[in-house]
Design a protein around this ligand. Structure first.
Ligand code: 7RM
Length: 656
């Protein structure tokens, strides 16, 4: 029931049409309307985006040039001046939305808070002034390491307001991982909290910041701003650390939004790739604003009365684009929840939907699979009738999980938008528009207007219907990443040269395998590189391997994903030891904990297997294909003749 196989989805023939009532009330209400939009956009993408940019965003100054494309480097709305914090806040204040709920927050131990647009604006302005008082200037990077509290969104918007790019680091990352990212970004200030509540426990955050900054490891950081959430006893370093609430209390609520160039950096977000170090994905101001605005509006068929809930953490791109920027730019009501489903509270999601009358619910397949296990009596006993659209993201959804979601959560009446996209793409790339595109369980359906997606071979030629290939995009789009922070070459290599450009035609290589069926529907099959997905969290196998070999006992490590019913994939590590270390269960436990310390709990190996040697080619490359087979208990497939030492496989099979 974990990852879909080609065979299983090739047989998937079910199709679900939106109801006539739904389509009638929808922004894009028929397949013809979608196709017309798509055609118009594909003919002249720049003109299409320019028209929307004019209609949908506020500009201090209009752009001179819509698109400047010097492959693989794109600039959108060149010469324009705008500010995403202004578009998310200020422009709503002169409308009836002034007193509309912008953020509804449900905290873990039962506390909750609602911030109207006027209230959110006020707090953002205050914190923006606090940042300025602490010496943060336009262009300075600010690290944000927070639990799921409104202050996380406030911090992001405050940074955007003064033009200080933020880099949000997921609160589940360890001090080591935090340090790496703060160093790479050369952050000037860090915003954190004493801790947060996670799965019935208080988790600490500030001590990890202290540890990351110890011994002046990140010399660029001058100040730390600390939100009081758990009231746990923490150390405050005098002169460096400041309480958020204390500084906020003395701060003016008057802080005009900085006039940003369209291409000024809005944020860096680190994500895993094939090689060791995470990449700092760079997004800029105007294009990202426009694209997350439009994709939120059309994909979730935004109505002003909606309560919208995305269950992601703000530490991931989904939280950036679809908890904070996309919804708020549209003047929506965005719900933020601190909790996660767990055995002690298996109904918590449905309670939140019932309590707030959530209309649009956006979550991940891994969560849906966990709910299936817990039984449908739990959601069946809650009132979920407010729901009108369901969404899914993060990994391929297997048709069974899709059907369960549709039937049990959606009551058979809610369109499911299966949104394929990435940290790098900024916003939804392939997704149904719910009033227009009939859905098929397991398919993300069709590209968003303006997105020239395709499935190709390694030469960049489109493959035929139902043939597997690589998912690519043939034309730049407004929210595409601009570069890898500080590393243009890595950007070029990773995304634009994997499939060599031909006659100056560059293809964006997403790293996913896919096929297109006879109706032009996309079926995303998963990563084709060494990136694995554990509970929808993206992890590079190299990162985990580096963490393992940094332990004195480990000589060599190879990490693969093992299919898992609940998590999609689980981390499975093969490890060879340094001569004087003996395999033992204690050592396994120690190594697992070591990975947690180096990266964070999301990367904890589910299993470690000690080996005398790893299977390698004659040129010394680890043959992961074999290890994947071994990890999933399958027989080793394919040709083992390139292997240097044939006895290695046999020993691995018998290994403990
Ligand atoms: C938004 C996000 C990106 C990777 C991507 C895919 C996988 C995401 C879907 C999906 C199939 C989907 N950003 N992925 N959404 N696969 N169907 N609807 O997840 O940067 O963290 O990950 O996630 O492999 O390349 S991410």
């Amino acid at each position: 029931m974990s990852q879909p196989t080609i065979e299983s989805i090739l047989q998937e023939k079910r199709q679900f049409e939106p109801s006539p009532e739904f389509s009638q009330a929808a922004r894009i209400g028929s397949l013809e309307a979608y196709e017309e939009l798509y055609r118009k956009a594909a003919q002249d993408p720049a003109a299409f985006w320019a028209e929307l940019a004019e209609q949908e965003l506020y500009w201090f100054k209009k752009w001179d040039q819509v698109l400047d494309w010097q492959p693989p480097f794109a600039k959108w709305f060149v010469g324009g001046k705008t500010n995403i914090s202004y578009n998310c806040l200020d422009r709503h204040l002169t409308t009836w939305r002034r007193n509309k709920a912008a953020l509804i927050w449900e905290g873990e131990p039962g506390d909750s808070r609602t911030l109207t647009y006027a209230q959110l604006h006020r707090e953002v302005c205050q914190i923006a002034n606090v940042l300025k008082d602490l010496g943060v200037k336009k262009g300075d990077r600010v690290g944000i390491y927070m639990p799921m509290v409104p202050e996380a969104a406030i911090a992001m918007l405050a940074c955007a307001r003064i033009g200080a790019p933020h880099t949000v680091i997921f609160g589940g990352f360890s001090a080591e991982a935090l340090k790496d990212r703060l160093q790479d970004a050369e952050a000037k200030l860090v915003i954190t909290a004493d801790g947060g509540f996670r799965k019935d426990k208080v988790v600490s955050l500030k001590p990890a910041v202290d540890q990351a900054l110890a011994d002046n490891a990140v010399p660029s950081v001058e100040n730390v701003l600390v939100v009081q959430r758990t009231k746990a006893a923490i150390e405050m370093v005098s002169g460096r650390d400041h309480w958020w609430h204390e500084l906020q209390a003395g701060a003016s609520a008057d802080c005009p939004a900085e006039e940003m160039d369209s291409e000024d950096m809005l944020f860096i977000l680190y994500t895993s790739g094939t090689t060791g170090k995470p990449k700092g994905v760079v997004h800029t101001t105007a294009g990202y604003n426009l694209y997350t605005h439009m994709t939120y509006q059309w994909t979730f068929d935004a109505k002003d009365t909606d309560v919208y809930w995305c269950t992601a953490d703000v530490g991931w791109i989904t939280g950036h684009s679809y908890i904070v920027y996309g919804p708020l730019s549209n003047g929506a009501t965005s719900l933020m929840y601190e909790g996660v489903p767990r055995p002690s509270n298996p109904g918590c999601f449905w309670d939140v939907i019932e309590k707030y009358g959530v209309n649009i619910f956006y979550t991940a397949p891994t969560a849906i699979r966990a709910f299936i296990k817990m039984g449908e009596e739990i959601p069946n006993s809650r009132d979920l009738s407010s729901l009108r659209i369901l969404g899914t993201v993060g990994e391929p959804i297997n048709p069974e999980a899709w059907m369960w979601y549709h039937r049990v959560i959606g009551g058979g009446r809610c369109p499911i938008v299966d949104t394929w996209w990435q940290t790098e793409t900024g916003g939804f790339m392939i997704t149904p528009l719910p009033g227009a595109i009939p859905t098929k369980p397991g398919s993300a359906t069709k590209p968003f207007p303006g997105i020239l997606a395709d499935v190709v071979d390694l030469e960049g030629n489109s493959v035929g219907a139902n043939e597997g290939g690589y998912l690519v995009v043939r034309h730049p789009w407004p929210s595409m990443m601009r570069t890898v922070y500080g590393n243009d070459e890595r950007y070029r290599r990773t995304y634009w040269e994997h499939i060599p450009p031909q006659n100056g035609q560059y293809l964006y290589f997403a790293g996913d395998g896919a096929r297109k069926d006879e109706d032009g529907y996309f079926w995303v099959m998963g990563r084709v590189d060494d990136v694995i997905s554990v509970s929808g969290h993206r992890l590079g196998t190299m990162e985990i391997e580096s963490a393992l070999v940094s332990h004195p006992a480990v000589a060599e490590a190879a990490v693969v994903g093992r299919p898992d019913d609940l998590k999609g994939e689980e981390v499975f590590a093969f490890v060879t030891l340094e001569g004087h270390f003996e395999p033992s269960d204690d050592l396994k436990t120690e190594l697992k904990q070591h990975v947690v310390n180096e990266i964070g709990a999301i990367a904890r190996p589910g299993e470690i297997r000690f080996a005398e040697a790893l299977p390698k080619t004659r040129s010394g490359k680890i043959i992961r294909r074999f290890l994947r087979n071994l990890a999933s208990g399958e027989s080793v497939a394919g040709d083992a003749s390139t292997m240097e030492d044939q006895s290695v496989l046999e020993k691995l099979r018998q290994g403990s």
